[in-house]
Design a protein around this ligand. Structure first.
Ligand code: DGJ
Length: 725
């Protein structure tokens, strides 16, 4: 009898391999190999370097394990699917009934349909392999054709074994103001898990993305690394289970805690996509694969577009917005050369509540005429007169108990009807229940009304400053209370789809007290995200480094703010603040009038330089070199155009002590055969040219040997343009 567990004898696996119908799901450099045989479960064989021949495939057949293991009928180890049928049976027995391949743009989608041998439960296990980047997306559609409802107790997106070698993993965690902290450590026996139940923000405490280094501690630009990113904005878990010396089991999906899901007759639940990346070029290769995929294949809204340089009003005036204050900021922005002005929180009110503190009026999205007597259209016109585009802040999924919206619709919030709501920010903030279609309509109307009143709005900053303190829904029926975290996000996505259908060009920033919702579940609808509320350039080096591991630079909003910094109190030179913000979508988060004339001059020149470099910085390939996490006090990286004709190199020093080692600053990602002329940018006034200034070096030399940089003080930095002759 064929068991559905891993066969320990390799020869048994190879014998079966010979008779199996193998299906290779391949990208340019990777293959995921499956055995698809009718009447048997879909079987996972291999994921790794692209297989070129049948011989490769037979050799690769090290695993023989269910590709989507169901609980209770032969599987040993964790299941991806646990069900309870209407008759109470919790065992599922899935067998393949059909498989197909279809082209979808630049990708091939493979769908393997399994059915329970006794029940009308269908599971489509899907893989989408891209032609031009090494990303395979995998997910399932779980379909129930029974006459009575059944329950899903666990419904992960994917389950795959990974060969065991000297395996390490990279995972991310943090807190408000310290997002995307990155840990790289060996995967030892037992279970490693990254898991977040901080709905509706799933990227503050933990992030739904990991990497696995298969050849020892993962390196930046060499070695085999696999990435796994769950495209979901709600509660999740990614688990690496290592029971023995042979393999790890990687599983990922929606976290099933308090999330049992009922399937009504005829219903389908599509699980979130898990995007797997494979690279033989280390962590950098995995990052570049995600960046290309995000930009080119819809994982980031309008991903190939370059983003404007903006001034956001928050750290300049906080809630004290006024017509005059906004216009003064616009004047300052025009002077330094910004392109888009964004009015942050504080502009709205109702007859009864205002937004002079952060404890009222969310939900009452009408202009506060006390602050802005001429209304928002007048501000938009003021921006236009200055040649600036216009943007505005909203937090549409939220309300305060001190708002007219809440007074009218107390049943619209996330909270069980029997409970008193526990409130967040300002002692009054609560979350609107996006599982409720009336709330979805309301949230849509918030955007729609803005676009109707000020049709030239170019940009919306969409904030989300709450975590779940209450569990329960007035809308969901008793047997569906456990749907809340899933249906909230499905409701949010449905609303975003509606917004996108009507406003495809509107630029929308995903903000959640900073980087609280940085995930590929939301980014198909958002153009960029606010990396962190912490704008301290030194700490940003770490936050941006961690974030860039999975997200492309044109999505990363990076603002120059005042000194001393409002979050850490640290005073940093303007040049360092600019150079750090330069690696993503540049912006400013301060009153321009606080800059001295010399600083304003520096800002003007830096902004003009950024505009010139924008295509390389925002759309080029990222090559990281010196990690701030190495504790050497330096950090460096490059943005390189895909044809390798042009690159921008960034180096930062953020520690200072006696007898400190100064590294050679090596470049990466250049063409070794090309010659590059170097030019220093963002130079302080009166700085002497470096020995390499204006000289040409081979790409090979710059990458193998690098150059000496003079960074004598702490918070010194360099931006160097490398142009191929
Ligand atoms: C949190 C955001 O991260 C800030 O940038 C700002 O928009 C505030 N919310 C406004 O309340």
């Amino acid at each position: 009898m064929i068991t559905r567990v891993l066969l320990t004898a390799a020869c048994a696996a190879l014998c079966m391999a010979a008779q199996a119908k193998d299906v290779a799901v391949s990208t340019p450099a990777s293959t995921l190999l499956l055995s698809a045989n009718e009447g048997r479960p879909l079987t996972f064989r291999y994921y790794g370097s692209r297989l070129a021949s049948n011989a490769d495939a037979v050799q690769a057949g090290a695993f023989w394990q269910d590709a989507y293991p169901a609980f209770g009928n032969g599987n040993i180890g964790d299941a991806a699917l646990i069900v309870r049928y209407p008759d109470g049976n919790m065992s599922a027995d899935l067998a393949l009934t059909a498989d197909k391949q279809e082209r979808d743009g630049n990708a091939t989608v493979f769908t393997f349909t399994m059915k329970d041998k006794l029940y009308p439960l269908y599971v489509d296990v899907c893989y989408k392999a891209w032609d031009d980047c090494d990303i395979i997306e995998t997910w399932t559609n779980i379909r129930w054709q029974g006459k009575k409802p059944m329950k899903l107790l666990r419904y992960l997106s994917a389950s795959l074994p990974v060969r065991r070698g000297d395996t390490w993993w990279l995972h991310q965690h943090g807190s408000w103001g310290a997002e995307a902290e990155t840990t790289i450590e060996p995967v030892t026996e037992g279970i490693k898990e990254v898991r977040d139940v901080n709905f509706p923000k799933n990227a503050v405490l933990n992030r739904p993305n990991i990497m696995l280094g298969l050849d020892g501690r993962p390196q930046e630009n060499s070695g085999t690394v696999v990435g796994a990113v769950l495209c979901w904005a709600g509660n999740f878990r990614i688990t690496v289970d290592t029971p023995d010396k042979r393999r790890h089991l990687l599983q990922a999906g929606i976290c099933e805690d308090a999330a049992e899901y009922n399937l009504a007759p005829g219903a389908t639940l599509a699980t979130p996509h898990l995007a797997l990346a494979y690279s033989r070029e280390g962590m950098g290769g995995v990052s570049r694969a995600y960046h290309r995929w995000a930009r080119a294949h819809g994982a980031l809204h309008n991903g190939m577009a370059m983003r404007d340089i903006l001034l956001n009003s928050w750290e300049g005036v906080y809630l004290n917005v006024s017509q005059k204050g906004m216009e003064t900021m616009m004047d300052g922005e025009k002077e330094f050369g910004g392109e888009l002005f964004v009015m942050d929180d504080g502009w709205f009110a109702s007859a009864k509540y205002n937004r002079n503190r952060d404890n009222a009026a969310l939900g009452d999205w009408t202009t506060d005429k006390a602050k802005l007597p001429q209304g928002v259209p007048a501000l938009q016109a003021a921006a236009e007169q200055r040649g600036l585009k216009w943007g505005i802040w909203i937090e549409p999924e939220m309300t305060n108990t001190t708002s007219e919206l809440y007074e009218k619709h107390p049943d619209w919030i996330v909270c069980h009807p029997t409970r008193e709501p526990i409130k967040g920010r300002g002692g009054t903030q609560v979350i609107l229940d996006m599982s409720n279609p009336r709330v979805q309509d309301f949230v849509f109307s918030v955007v729609d009304n803005i676009m109707t009143e000020t049709p030239k709005t170019h940009y919306i900053k969409w904030d989300c400053n709450a975590e779940m303190r209450n569990f329960g829904s007035h809308y969901l029926t008793a047997d569906r209370q456990s749907h809340l975290t899933v249906d909230y996000h499905l409701g949010l996505i449905k609303t975003m789809e509606r917004i996108r259908a009507k406003y495809p060009k509107l630029v929308i920033q995903d903000c959640a007290s900073g980087g609280g919702r940085v995930n590929y579940g939301l980014l198909p609808y958002f153009d960029e995200f606010w990396v962190s509320d912490n704008t301290d350039a030194e700490q940003r080096l770490f936050i941006q480094w961690g974030t860039g591991l999975f997200f492309p630079s044109n999505a990363m909003a990076q603002h120059v703010s005042a000194s001393p910094n409002h979050q850490t109190g640290r005073a940093l030179p303007l040049k360092f603040r600019f150079d750090v913000a330069f690696t993503g979508r540049l912006g400013m988060e301060m009153k321009p009038s606080d800059l001295s004339p010399q600083e304003l001059q520096f800002a003007k020149e830096a902004v003009a330089t950024y505009k010139r470099l924008r295509p390389t910085i925002q759309l080029g390939d990222l090559y990281r070199v010196l990690s701030p996490y190495d504790n050497k006090g330096y950090c460096s990286q490059l943005a390189v155009e895909q044809d390798k004709s042009h690159a921008v190199f960034f180096a930062y020093k953020f520690r200072q002590y006696i007898n400190m080692m100064t590294p050679r600053f090596r470049f990466a990602g250049l063409d070794p055969a090309k010659t590059y002329r170097l030019a220093e940018l963002n130079k302080p006034a009166g700085a002497k040219p470096a020995s390499w200034e204006g000289k040409a070096f081979s790409g090979r030399f710059l990458m193998d040997e690098g150059i000496e940089l003079s960074l004598p003080g702490v918070w010194d930095s360099k931006v160097i343009e490398a142009t191929a002759n």
